[in-house]
Design a protein around this ligand. Structure first.
Ligand SMILES: Nc1ncnc2c1ncn2[C@@H]1O[C@H](COP(=O)(O)OP(=O)(O)OP(=O)(O)O)[C@@H](O)[C@H]1O
Length: 249
């Protein structure tokens, strides 16, 4: 369970989150929708512990612990995973090498035995097939020259390897054609579990037809301004934000 209370965050001196409150329940899928620039990516970065995001007020409690006191790698080891809106390219590091070192770093931090090259290859191959991530992609430098859809599929592959407890998907649907969207949604749905929460950030109802959320929250002007069930996403799609919520100044 994740509980965010009155969260205030600034980036480069600019106030972005302005008193955000949000509860994400264990085992549930929560969707966050909101206009451009409302602070959705900022929220995902703050949860993952990215540098440069200054928390000036409020609290985030994750399974009874103060998340804001944890370093980024500690958060990952405790099961927080962020599928980024713009996955980073790392020239010189093959995708396979990256997956192995990231997974083993988490295993080390949890005191679990690490996987050797063979074990890793077997695991990745099995999961990659379902997400149509080719062997050739696994040999290439991480995300370098990958299409938008390939990058997003790789993010979901990472998620299925890391088996996080709290997965944050930041606009994982952007740049996906309809077949890739279904593939990614299927990948996400197979990871739904009673001990795993998901925070799905999206602009479009379309994704939520495939990944049906338990709760929908609207983020506008740095605050959660409306909450509801999955029907709220339909209402937003139909009427637009301006007619459904009042955006704080
Ligand atoms: N480094 C920065 N310096 C100044 N302003 C920033 C910085 N990073 C983000 N912002 C601003 O913070 C606001 C929120 O950005 P954020 O990316 O969180 O929005 P978002 O809701 O994810 O938007 P979108 O839907 O367009 O992806 C935007 O107005 C953005 O320009």
């Amino acid at each position: 369970m994740l509980e965010i209370k009155d969260l205030h965050v600034s980036v480069d001196g600019k106030k972005i989150l302005k008193g955000l409150n949000l509860k994400v329940e264990t085992g549930k899928v929560h969707a966050i929708m909101g206009p451009n620039g409302s602070g959705k990516s900022t929220l995902s970065y703050v949860l993952a512990g990215r540098d440069g995001y200054e928390v000036t007020g409020g609290s985030i409690v994750y399974n009874g612990e103060d998340l804001l006191k944890m370093k980024t790698e500690e958060r990952a080891a405790k099961g927080i995973f962020l599928a980024m809106q713009y996955p980073v390219e790392i020239p010189g590091v093959t995708t396979m090498m990256f997956l192995k070192s990231a997974l083993n770093a988490q295993k080390r931090a949890r005191g679990e035995p690490e996987l050797d090259a063979m074990g890793m290859l077997k695991l990745v191959r099995a999961k990659a097939k379902d997400l149509q991530v080719s062997e050739e992609m696994l040999k290439r430098a991480l995300n370098v020259g990958f299409s938008g859809g390939e990058k997003k599929r790789l993010e979901i592959l990472q998620m299925s390897l890391f088996e996080p407890k709290m997965a944050i998907l930041d606009e994982t649907d952007s740049g996906l054609d309809i077949d890739a969207l279904k593939l990614v949604a299927e990948g996400v749905n197979t990871l739904r579990a009673p001990d795993r929460s998901m925070l799905v950030i999206t602009h479009y109802q379309r994704l939520l037809d495939f990944i049906v959320p338990d709760r929908v929250h609207v983020l506008a002007g740095g605050q959660i301004v409306k909450e509801g069930g999955k029907e709220l996403a339909l209402e937003l799609e139909e009427k637009g934000y301006a007619d459904v919520v009042k955006v704080p100044a």
